[in-house]
Write a protein that binds this ligand. Structure first.
Ligand SMILES: [Zn+2]
Length: 431
C-alpha cells in the first residue's frame, strides 16, 4: 500500500515537506510580526487613525489564522488520495460511468476530482465570506446570491472546460509523440480566446456593467488615454458592491477589445484626480507591455509543464509513487496538476519580484502621464485603509507572496519620480 519502493516518491516527499515548511513558516513569521506591532507605523501615523490601524491588525491576524487552519485541514484530503486508494477509486467509478478507455472515462475522472476538491474547499470559502468578511463589514453577499453564483459558475465552467478536456485527451491519445505540443497549442489558444470572451460575455453574467456616466470623469479618462495613445473599447462601472465593499479597478481584454472596469465602490471613495491616476497606472501596464510579457511567461511555463508531463507519462514510477494501479493520460494529467506546485514553488517569489518591478514602473508611468503624484499617493493610501490591508507585513513574507510592493514602498518610489523630474528640469535635456 505504501509506495516506499520508488525513489520518485521520496523525491516528491522531500520537496513536499520543504514546500510546506516554507509556506507555513512564512505564515507563522508574518503572524508573530503583525501581532507584536503596538503602534501604527510612522509612515501612516498622520494618515490613518489608530482605530483603523487596530482594525486592520485584527483583520490581518484573523485572516492568517484562518489561512493556516484551512491549509492544514485540507492536507489529509490529498494524502487520502494516495494512501487510501483515492485515485484508483475515482478511476474505477469514472470507467464504470464513462466506459473504460474512452475519452468520456478520462473527462469523468477529472470531473470527479474537481468535485472532490471543490467540496473540500467549500466550507472554508463560506467561513471566509460569511464569518470573517462579514465581521469586518466587507461582505455584502447574501446566502442566496452565493448559491446563485455557485450554480452559475459550475454551469458555465463545465460548458467551457468539458469540451476543452475532450480535446486535450483526444490529442493525448491520437496525436503521437508530439501530443504535448498540440495540447499546449490548444490550451494557449483557449486562454487567449478567454481573455476576450471573459470580460465581454462571461463577466456580465455575474455583474452588471454600465458605461461610465459621470461626464467629467469620463472626459478626463478619455483625455489621458488619448494623450498616451491608448485605444479603449470602453469604460465600465461594475456593481462590485453587490458582493463586497472591497474596492478595485481592473483592465481587461487585448487589442481593440481593451476595456477599463471600475468598481462602483471605488468611484464613491476616490476623487476624480485619484481615479485618473489609478487608471493611468492600469494603462501603464498595457503600454509598458507588462500584460503581454506575463502572458508569454505563463505560456512558456505551461509549455515546459506539458513537456515534463510527456517525459513522465510513460514512466511506471510516476504512477507507483501515488499508488495509481492503472496508468492513463487522465491519471497522469490530474496527478501532475495536483503535485507540480510542490516542485515549482520557488517560482512564486521570482514571478512576484518581476510583478513588483512592473508595479513600480506603472506607478511611475501614471505620475509622468498625469502629473498627479499626490493623487496617486492618496489613492494608494485610501485603498490600503479601506481594504484594511496589512500595514506591517514581515519583509520575508511580502518578498515571497506580494505581487504588489507595500504602500510604503510605493509612496517612497513615487517621491523619487518627482525628484528625478525636477532634476531633469533644472539641468535641461541631456540629449
Ligand atoms: Zn498595477
Amino acid at each position: 500500500m505504501i509506495p516506499l519502493n520508488t525513489t520518485f516518491f521520496w523525491v516528491f516527499l522531500g520537496f513536499y515537506l520543504l514546500h510546506e515548511s516554507v509556506h507555513l513558516g512564512l505564515e507563522i513569521i508574518n503572524y508573530k510580526h503583525v501581532k507584536k506591532q503596538q503602534d501604527c507605523p510612522d509612515f501612516f501615523k498622520t494618515k490613518i487613525t489608530g482605530e483603523v490601524f487596530q482594525k486592520s491588525k485584527f483583520y490581518t491576524l484573523e485572516k492568517i489564522k484562518f489561512s493556516i487552519t484551512a491549509h492544514c485541514a485540507v492536507i489529509p484530503f490529498f494524502w487520502i488520495l494516495v494512501f487510501r486508494n483515492g485515485f484508483n477509486t475515482f478511476d474505477y467509478y469514472a470507467a464504470m460511468h464513462g466506459g473504460f478507455g474512452t475519452l468520456t472515462h478520462s473527462v469523468v475522472f477529472c470531473i470527479y476530482l474537481a468535485v472532490y476538491f471543490g467540496i473540500i474547499h467549500l466550507p472554508f470559502k463560506l467561513y471566509s465570506i460569511f464569518v470573517i468578511e462579514e465581521k469586518y463589514g466587507f461582505n455584502k453577499m447574501t446566502p442566496r446570491l452565493f448559491i446563485i453564483d455557485l450554480v452559475k459558475s459550475i454551469a458555465i465552467g463545465s460548458a467551457i472546460t468539458i469540451p476543452l478536456l475532450y480535446l486535450v485527451f483526444w490529442f493525448m491519445q491520437a496525436s503521437g509523440p508530439y501530443w504535448w505540443l498540440f495540447v499546449w497549442f490548444a490550451v494557449t489558444a483557449f486562454q487567449l480566446t478567454m481573455t476576450i470572451v471573459y470580460p465581454a460575455l462571461l463577466a456580465p453574467l455575474f455583474n452588471k456593467f454600465t458605461p461610465l456616466q459621470n461626464a467629467e470623469l469620463k472626459n478626463r479618462i478619455t483625455k489621458t488615454a488619448n494623450d498616451i495613445k491608448f485605444g479603449l473599447a470602453g469604460i465600465f462601472v461594475m456593481d462590485g458592491s453587490r458582493r463586497s465593499s472591497h474596492s478595485n479597478a481592473y483592465f481587461a481584454g487585448v487589442g481593440k477589445f481593451k476595456r477599463i472596469v471600475l468598481f462602483d465602490t471605488l468611484i464613491t471613495r476616490l476623487t476624480t484626480d485619484e481615479l485618473v491616476a489609478v487608471l493611468a497606472h492600469e494603462m501603464g501596464h498595457y503600454i509598458k507591455k507588462h500584460i503581454r510579457d506575463f502572458m508569454i511567461i505563463a505560456s512558456l511555463l505551461s509549455l515546459a509543464g506539458f513537456y515534463t508531463l510527456a517525459l513522465l507519462i510513460d514512466w511506471p514510477d510516476f504512477y507507483k509513487a501515488f499508488n495509481v494501479s492503472l496508468p492513463s493520460p487522465h491519471t497522469a494529467l490530474v496527478i501532475f496538476a495536483v503535485v507540480s506546485e510542490v516542485f515549482t514553488f520557488a517560482l512564486t517569489p521570482i514571478l512576484n519580484m518581476l510583478s513588483r518591478k512592473n508595479e513600480f514602473a506603472a506607478d511611475r508611468f501614471s505620475v509622468e502621464a498625469t502629473g498627479h503624484k499626490d493623487a496617486m499617493k492618496s489613492a494608494l493610501l485610501k485603498l490600503t485603509s479601506d481594504n484594511l490591508s496589512n500595514l506591517t507585513p514581515h519583509p520575508l513574507y511580502s518578498f515571497y507572496h506580494y505581487s504588489h510592493p507595500t504602500p510604503v514602498e510605493r509612496a517612497l518610489a513615487l517621491d523619487q519620480v518627482i525628484i528625478n523630474k525636477s532634476d531633469e528640469q533644472r539641468e535641461g535635456p541631456q540629449t
